[in-house]
Design a protein around this ligand. Structure first.
Ligand SMILES: CC(C)(COP(=O)(O)OP(=O)(O)OC[C@H]1O[C@@H](n2cnc3c(N)ncnc32)[C@H](O)[C@@H]1OP(=O)(O)O)[C@@H](O)C(=O)NCCC(=O)NCCS
Length: 155
């Protein structure tokens, strides 16, 4: 496994653009769940639906090292009636390529999204994670709160 601190300043954290929708990007997302999405299909999705930032603000960031995507994470911003229009950030789909886990990349991605949520004026950031990832998120300042519920609507 490469130790970035010995080599150079490590990956850059950048906002996702069409150019970064590559096989590396899909391999990185496969750390979350297996996908048979092709690069072409992913680009079509991105161009068709996923850039409607005005209606459904979402920020997808990638970690890029030597032009390869090795990490990704998404922030979705929700506006709440019950908070008089205040904004709540939801972090989703944090993934680091298996060859680069444990190098601080996941932390840098989450910290970047927290920074954006603060800049946008969110009063909180929330996310769901497995039991084993509680220590990872606690190190980033999160605390356990409430329970996760799920209703599957498609098989
Ligand atoms: C979870 C994940 C995003 C973490 O990213 P990462 O770049 O590997 O993590 P970092 O190197 O930034 O780790 C930061 C700290 O959290 C700890 N940590 C990371 N993953 C951990 C885990 N699974 N269990 C316990 N601690 C963990 C690290 O040991 C490190 O601690 P240290 O600062 O004391 O050394 C990454 O491992 C991953 O993509 N996993 C598969 C997909 C997944 O489960 N995503 C999360 C969805 S909620």
């Amino acid at each position: 496994m490469t130790c970035f601190c010995c080599l150079d300043s490590g990956p850059e954290i950048k906002q996702l653009t069409n150019d970064y929708i590559t096989q590396d990007f899909l391999d990185t997302l496969a750390a979350l769940r297996p996908t048979d999405l092709t690069v072409e299909e992913a680009r079509q999705l991105w161009n068709a639906d996923m850039t409607s930032l005005g209606r459904n603000p979402q920020y997808i960031y990638v970690a890029v090292h030597h032009d390869k995507v090795i990490g990704a994470a998404t922030l979705v911003i929700e506006q709440k009636f019950i908070r008089r229009g205040a904004l709540c950030g939801h972090i989703e789909d944090v993934a680091v390529h298996p060859d680069h886990q444990g190098e601080g990349i996941g932390s840098r991605l989450v910290e970047r999204l927290i920074g954006i949520a603060k800049h946008r004026g969110c009063y909180k950031v929330i996310l769901d994670c497995s039991e084993e990832l509680i220590p990872f998120y606690k190190k980033l300042g999160f605390k356990e709160s409430e329970r996760h519920m799920r209703l599957d609507l498609k098989p």
